[in-house]
Design a protein around this ligand. Structure first.
Ligand code: CA
Ligand code: CA
Ligand code: CA
Length: 159
């Protein structure tokens, strides 16, 4: 009785590509481990050393103003979203017609909390102009730069 075994082997062979594809789709995303930095950190940390230095703080108004893609003087929540990676699959079709909501973590981005003085989710021209001094308020250890704990997203409040 070899026929059933042949059928089983054939089934396994025909299923193998699907198994490979499934494991590819569910594997962890490539790149550095841990959550991606916030768009604000990515924009401000121009030398990518995960520290916003005094020089980078001083450049904050210029860097933030450069995010104003539609040149209306405000950096909106949409303009604060990071651009999708070049090799990212296209977003799913507009099933509900709504654009993807900006990510809002349970604790929030300390940079945005510091910069967005009126908490409207966008950065106005005045808020951009005050960026350097607003961000300096996050410098808990007063070493003139923002790093580590000072840039970490705030943990969700514990009740
Ligand atoms: Ca840096
Ligand atoms: Ca604002
Ligand atoms: Ca510091």
């Amino acid at each position: 009785m070899t026929t059933p075994r042949c059928i089983v082997a054939g089934l396994l062979l025909s299923l193998a590509p699907f198994a490979v594809a499934a494991s590819d789709a569910t594997s962890a995303p490539r790149g550095p481990k841990g959550p991606p930095p916030s768009p604000l950190v990515a924009a401000l940390d121009t030398d990518r050393d995960h520290v916003i230095s005094a020089a980078e703080l001083a450049q904050a108004p210029t860097v933030l103003a450069a995010l104003d893609q539609d040149a209306d003087g405000n950096v909106s929540a949409a303009e604060l979203l990071p651009p999708p990676p070049a090799d990212a699959p296209p977003p799913p079709a507009d099933a509900n017609g709504a654009p993807p909501a900006p990510p809002r973590g349970p604790g929030g981005d300390p940079l945005m909390l510091a910069l967005d003085a009126d908490s409207d989710g966008a950065l106005s021209a005045a808020e951009i102009a005050n960026a350097a001094s607003s961000l300096a308020a996050l410098d808990a250890d007063k070493d003139g730069q923002l790093s580590g704990e000072e840039l970490r997203p705030l943990p969700p409040p514990r009740s």
